[in-house]
Design a protein. Structure first.
Length: 117
């Protein structure tokens, strides 16, 4: 975890005197992040981002930025600095860096009703 925080500090310190860091996430991914109001997100990922950026004394703002597809496009186009709750894929590695180890593991499973006799 220390390596992760050091790496994050290094990456983010490059723009330490620029505009506030723009943080957003999924509007419908509880308990990680969800839309609280027309402009706000909440969830454990949002709480973690607040703790991290406050401890680093970085200027930042967390906000609702629209539907998930729009949020991903904003990140791809460089209009977002930090995404909450993004799954790691090879396609996203082209334009995103991921913290390692992840703060949350999310297993995706398929379930179905047992066959009736």
């Amino acid at each position: 975890m220390i390596k992760t925080l050091c790496f994050l500090c290094l990456c983010l310190s490059i723009n330490a005197y620029a505009q506030p860091y723009r943080i957003t996430g999924s509007p419908s991914y509880p308990p990680v992040s969800w839309q609280k109001s027309a402009t706000a997100l909440e969830g454990v990922g949002v709480d973690l981002a607040h703790q991290l950026f406050k401890s680093l004394k970085f200027d930042y703002r967390v906000s609702y930025s629209g539907p998930w597809k729009r949020v991903q496009k904003l990140a791809e186009d460089g209009h977002v600095d930090f995404l909450i709750g993004q799954h790691k894929t090879n396609e996203r590695l082209v334009y995103l860096d991921y913290l390692e180890p992840p703060y949350l593991k999310d297993k995706v499973v398929i379930f179905f009703v047992k066959m009736r006799e």
